[in-house]
Write a protein that binds this ligand. Structure first.
Ligand code: ARG
Length: 282
């Protein structure tokens, strides 16, 4: 079987909810069961290891959200844009991520000054067309989108997030490998919903209901024809299966307490721009 991109994960040894930077986080009210979190994380890791090499990054004490490696940066080929976090609480993670990328020989693309950017949490490559979808509204600065387009050499389609529960693009938007899109329309401004509709044909759009969105079904890891997620309603499961995907559900509710799930806990270390249908790879 073809091995897919290596995946970066960071074990939840220091994971907890000790501050509030999104509405899911309720420090003092919700307590993370760390053993359970470790078990859920390992189950996800084992599952993904069936199809991809999992690379582990050593967690740093004092940075409980470092488990969410989707926010380490945005990778394209051998280049990476390392995140510049919006909240003080997460800013200290960046040097660890930077050191990791340097140690793997990535070429670092420094962000323009005073631009917030939260990596693959807010920037997702389309799987059917050579373009990037980039979120803004809560974390990532819209002013960074044009810069991203320039340095990556691809079209960047900006999407405005309007619901604080869906503060990163990957909480409500997931391009799938067959060129289709799993997403929760109500998380986006009306203009952005129109932009999505203008670029993704209706038969390629899989809009989830609120219940699926709130259980982070859009925060899915898609490897080849497999979709790994925390939960999926029977209807969503059926829709994805009809498209030829095989669904693997693995509980991650300890991480939902911090506003994250499967996709947030991973970062693909190899990304390429999609080759448009009809053209062959160079
Ligand atoms: N507590 C983290 C935060 O608010 C969760 C990050 C989830 N990551 C993601 N890519 N959506 O930043």
């Amino acid at each position: 079987m073809v091995r897919s991109s290596p995946i970066l994960m960071c074990p939840p040894r220091h994971f907890e909810v000790s501050y509030r930077i999104n509405p899911w986080m309720e420090p003092g009210h919700v307590v993370v069961d760390r053993d359970r979190a470790q078990a859920q994380w390992h189950a996800l890791r084992e599952l993904l290891a069936q199809w991809a090499e999992v690379v582990e990054l050593e967690p740093a004490p004092g940075f409980p959200d470092m488990v969410f490696t989707a926010n380490a940066g945005l990778v394209l080929g051998r280049r990476v844009v390392v995140s510049c976090f919006y909240h003080e609480e997460r800013k200290g993670e960046s040097p660890y991520f930077l050191r990791f990328f340097e140690s793997r020989g990535f070429e670092i693309e420094p962000l323009p000054e005073s631009i917030f950017f939260e990596g693959a949490g807010d920037a997702l490559f389309d799987r059917g067309k050579p373009r990037l979808w980039a979120g803004s509204g809560w974390r990532t600065d819209r002013r960074g989108h044009a810069w991203l387009s320039r340095i990556l050499g691809c079209e960047v389609l900006g999407l405005e997030l309007v619901d604080p529960r869906f503060y990163h693009l990957d909480t409500c938007f997931c391009p799938l490998n067959d060129g289709s899109l799993l997403y929760y329309p109500a998380a986006f401004s009306e203009d952005s919903q129109r932009l999505i509709a203008a670029h993704v044909p209706a038969e390629q759009r899989v809009a989830v209901e609120a219940q699926d969105a709130l259980s982070f079904s859009c925060n899915a890891v898609n490897i080849d024809r497999v979709v790994v997620l925390h939960a999926a309603s029977a209807a969503l499961r059926k829709t994805l299966e009809q498209r030829g995907f095989s669904i693997r559900v693995t509980p991650l509710d300890e991480f939902l307490k911090a506003g994250g799930s499967a996709k947030c806990l991973t970062l693909k270390l190899h990304e390429e721009l999609a080759v448009p249908a009809g053209k062959s790879a160079p």
